[in-house]
Design a protein around this ligand. Structure first.
Ligand code: GTR
Length: 327
């Protein structure tokens, strides 16, 4: 009899905690990331959660679901817009078809260097791109580094676009990336990130493209051993919040989230630089063929039609010009 009473009290309390989370841990935001827990993007959002917890005495925090636990990037973006996921760290590429402004910083060779990219994304243009997300159901909070994306494949070293002729190259779910591959003479295969390893291994695709940490963390480097540093895109990562979740918060809470996101950026940049070095080391130790000296001009020259197609309004064309004009 006694046991039964204790049991029902516990059950009752549990019910209250689930039904009224305010009794338990305060506001806990669900956050998605395609990467594993030790990846810099995940670590940055963890840092953001620590800050929120400190500032609110535990009343606000973030529960991160790394490693695609909430689904592949495209699906999690849809769920974030729908309000089923509160926060989401994604690359700009899978947002290109929803928010045209996001295609501009993902355009091939738009940035001259990491410094140029930081200056643009930390400034007025970056702000405009984050704000452009709002009518599409997302509140852009911060950009994170993603280095430069380059080609890797299992067939042969790519030295020029001619070497890519007919190669099946996996791309993110982005028409911009499909068009980029086509302009280089390759066959673009859009595919979810989580399927690429198997597709490379079984020969469904010949190659893919990504930065050093993603090439290494996914173990793609074990099956696609020729890595050519053509650095065709510096498409940044972005942390977004569902507009639906955002609208439920007070102005003060929104301000704290923005501030924590901004503070996580520098932490992420330091972790990123460390991770790039670590990834390079792992790949080199594996004996991969890394082509560092590559003539980028023929790649750049092929990009005219891509710019024409994606910078296709006076505003977007102007954004391209403004980015190029940033010193
Ligand atoms: C990574 C990026 C991921 C994902 C992935 C991909 O560099 O961090 O968010 O977009 O590329 O190629 O799918």
């Amino acid at each position: 009899m006694k046991r039964k009473t204790t049991g029902s009290i516990v059950a009752g309390l549990l019910f209250l905690m689930i039904a009224f989370p305010v009794f338990g841990t305060g506001k806990v935001f669900r956050s998605a990331d395609t990467h594993a827990e030790d990846y810099p993007t995940v670590q940055a959002v963890m840092h953001m959660s620590d800050l929120l917890e400190q500032w609110t005495d535990g009343q606000m925090s973030i529960k991160i679901y790394p490693g695609r636990q909430l689904g592949e990037e495209k699906a999690t973006i849809e769920q974030t817009i729908a309000g089923a996921i509160d926060l989401n760290r994604v690359n700009l590429a899978p947002l290109n078809s929803i928010i045209p402004e996001t295609a501009i910083p993902a355009l091939p060779y738009i940035f001259r260097s990491t410094e140029h990219m930081h200056k643009v994304m930390d400034g007025e243009i970056g702000r405009e791109i984050l704000d452009a997300m709002i009518p599409h159901g997302l509140v852009g909070l911060a950009f994170y580094d993603s280095g430069a994306r380059s080609f890797y494949n299992s067939k042969r070293p790519i030295m020029s676009p001619a070497d890519m002729e007919g190669m099946k190259i996996r791309v993110q779910n982005s028409d911009l990336f499909v068009a980029t591959m086509e302009a280089l003479g390759a066959n673009a295969t859009p595919m979810e990130f989580g399927q690429v390893y198997e597709a490379l291994k079984t020969g469904v695709i010949d190659g893919a493209e990504n930065n050093w940490p993603s090439y290494e963390s996914t173990r793609h480097f074990e099956v696609a051993t020729h890595y050519s540093l053509d650095q065709h895109s510096m498409s940044p990562e972005v942390l977004v919040m569902s507009k639906k979740s955002w609208d439920k918060l007070s102005a003060e809470e929104q301000e704290m989230i923005r501030k924590a996101a901004v503070e996580s950026v520098q932490v992420m940049r330091d972790l990123w630089n460390e991770r790039v070095e670590k990834s390079k080391k792992i790949v080199m130790e594996n004996g991969n063929e890394v082509i560092e000296e590559i003539d980028k001009q023929p790649f750049i020259d092929a990009m005219g039609p891509v710019y024409e197609r994606f910078a296709n309004t006076p505003e977007l064309k102007d954004m391209v010009k403004r980015i190029q004009a940033v010193e």
